[in-house]
Design a protein around this ligand. Structure first.
Ligand code: C2E
Ligand code: MG
Ligand code: MG
Ligand code: MG
Length: 290
């Protein structure tokens, strides 16, 4: 009976999923207790100006790796960490590591380059979140105006008032807030005006549907203009082609990220790219006087 066998297949699929989830949970908690061979690290993807192709910052993207699991992507382990109450501890490790990268940027002479960190709604809902952030920033001696936090639009469905107050506290510390994956959630447009954010990151799904430089059917241009109307900076996510980039330039988008500029890179490669793309001011001066 074909139905039976597909059920059996479904059962074993679910069982494997469950086993993998349990294994990820176990490796993550071992890692947080300083045990096991699990390793958490960050990759950095540049954010680039659409006019002039200059790198203004990097987004930190988390990776987890262990002998038993291999490489685990955040789409998989963040959700598990959220469900198993590990996300706050994990988030702290990630935030410290991002501040450490900021220090490396400073000490390699790359002043004014920002670092964006993704945070989970679970972290933001904790009362002590903004104090925790302030503590880590203080201990690292980081400049809060070089730090950006990314929240996904989907977390706005819960407790708008509480979240907005938290975001306000963070912005008062000088931290900028990005609204990530914009267009995939349910945030109503009139609330965008009151929302304590600085930047709209337009979701990749909008960008990948752009059909030409003067694609009048794409609403991406409307989203960019709306962002500007309510005083927000517009960033395009997941830009992969010159055609998409040209459309974004024609429609006045401010920044872009995506494989066209660069995939996420390891620390050292990120610093290398920066040296190539953004020549230091003093080097430029030398060239000019030569
Ligand atoms: P996101 O914040 O929207 O990050 C963008 C994702 O798109 C990243 O995937 C990035 O590698 C990928 N990407 C960048 N450019 C392109 C492109 O041109 N084409 C395509 N197809 N993809 C591109 P990644 O690193 O797998 O992260 C997935 C999601 O996991 C992130 O989406 C973010 O929501 C979450 N995440 C990542 N790191 C963290 C973290 O440290 N904490 C939390 N809470 N969530 C994180
Ligand atoms: Mg993000
Ligand atoms: Mg995003
Ligand atoms: Mg996205």
């Amino acid at each position: 009976d074909p139905e039976d066998s597909s059920l059996a297949y479904f059962d074993s699929y679910m069982e494997n999923e469950l086993q993998r989830e349990e294994a990820i949970e176990e490796e993550l908690s071992k890692f947080l207790q300083g045990e096991g061979d699990g390793r958490l690290y960050l990759m950095f993807q540049p954010m680039v100006t659409l006019k002039g192709d200059r790198i203004t910052g990097f987004e930190a993207l988390a990776r987890f790796e262990s002998k038993a699991l291999g490489l685990v992507m955040p789409m998989e382990f963040i959700r598990i960490a959220e469900r198993k109450q590990l996300i706050c501890q994990l988030g702290e490790v990630i935030f410290r590591e991002a501040c450490e990268f900021l220090r490396i940027l400073e000490s390699s002479g790359n002043h004014g380059i920002k670092v964006a960190v993704n945070i989970s709604g679970v972290q933001l809902m904790r009362e002590c979140f903004s104090e925790g952030v302030r503590d880590i920033i203080g201990k690292c001696g980081a400049d809060p105006s070089m730090i950006e936090l990314e929240i996904t639009e989907s977390i706005l469905v819960s407790d708008f008032e509480v979240i907005n107050e938290r975001l306000g506290q963070l912005r008062n510390q000088g931290i900028r807030i990005h609204l990530d994956d914009f267009g995939t959630g349910y945030s109503s447009l009139h609330r965008l005006r009151e929302l304590q954010v600085d930047t709209l990151k337009i979701d990749r799904s909008f960008i990948s549907s752009i059909k030409g430089t003067d694609d009048n059917d794409s609403i991406t241009g409307d989203v960019i203009r709306m962002a500007h109307r309510v005083g927000l900076v517009a960033v395009a996510e997941g830009v992969e082609t010159d055609l998409q980039k040209d459309y974004l330039i024609a429609n006045g988008c401010d920044y872009y990220q995506g494989y066209l500029a660069s995939p996420p890179l390891e620390k050292a490669k990120a610093i290398e790219l920066l040296a190539r793309i953004n020549p230091k001011t003093d080097e430029t001066d030398e060239n000019q006087s030569a």
